[in-house]
Ligand binder design. Structure first.
Ligand code: FES
Length: 270
């Protein structure tokens, strides 16, 4: 008869940054830090401007939907008279928290900024600065679980952006005041941005659950199976869509802004 005894194993804690890895593991978190920081600084600056966000039929995606505002795109006209004087006003500040919070809680971005901004850990098998691990079960990280609910609200915002692309195809003649169909470079910039945002949003992990979770057996629901396959296909490149759409939404705002300021001239294609 054989006997066995448990041998306690001591796991040595690595110091911050300590690793046996020989590859350049720090390049990715550094690139993520630089990319996200640049976007956050630009988006915050642009959101507080409160001007130069429309040009002809174009509306910056940072400012859409324009709930209150001075432009013709505004849904309910000027900012309410009851708006507190001490509170800065910009149409973007009303709407931008929705896509902002959606991205903040995205499963891909979480993994990226936990590494790049909090070094928690900086990369796989690299020592981290903390000894405790609370996970996402307590405040504030428990709020990350709101991602699936934000998905529904963000789908609404994306639908409005698709409507903006349609509106960006109607150019008003200043002399007669009549609108005629056309396509400008700005139309293409807004359309490409909406397409990339759609690919990012439809490839969301929660969307995958939504598409596949409605049916127990996908083979019995061909439509559900097709939707699941489609979402899974986008999900496989979720990181690429996340970065492409982040760049495109920033560029779309910049394009409208510079056209509005007269720095760039929109090119009319049709
Ligand atoms: Fe990235 Fe939902 S997981 S958008």
């Amino acid at each position: 008869m054989s006997t066995s005894s448990a041998v306690p194993i001591q796991i040595a804690r690595r110091r911050f940054g300590e690793t046996r890895r020989r590859d350049r593991w720090w390049i990715q978190p550094l690139a993520v830090f630089a990319g996200l920081s640049t976007f956050i600084v630009y988006a915050t600056w642009a959101a507080f401007q409160g001007e130069y966000y429309t040009s002809g039929p174009y509306l910056s995606p940072f400012y859409s939907p324009e709930i209150f505002g001075a432009s013709p795109h505004s849904w309910f006209g000027q900012k309410p008279a009851a708006w507190p004087a001490w509170l800065p006003f910009s149409p973007a500040l009303i709407i931008l928290p929705i896509p902002g919070f959606f991205r903040l809680t995205c499963y891909y971005y979480r993994g990226a900024y936990y590494k790049a901004f909090w070094a928690d850990p900086p990369s796989c098998t690299v020592g981290e600065p903390r000894s405790s691990y609370l996970g996402e079960n307590s405040f504030p990280l428990i709020l990350q679980n709101a991602h699936r609910y934000m998905l529904f609200i963000t789908i609404g915002v994306l639908t409005i952006l698709a409507g903006d692309v349609w509106k960006a195809m109607w150019f008003t003649d200043p002399a007669t005041g009549t609108a005629s169909f056309g396509i400008g470079l700005g139309t293409i910039v807004l359309a490409a941005n909406t397409a990339l945002l759609g690919a990012y949003l439809l490839g969301c992990h929660s969307m995958r659950h939504l598409a596949g979770g409605c049916v127990d057996q996908l083979t019995r629901a061909p439509l559900g199976a097709r939707a699941y396959a489609c979402v899974s296909c986008l999900n496989r490149r979720h990181m690429a869509w996340a970065w492409a759409s982040l760049f495109s939404v920033g560029f779309a705002d910049l394009y409208v802004r510079l056209c509005s300021m007269g720095v760039w001239s929109d090119v009319r294609i049709m």
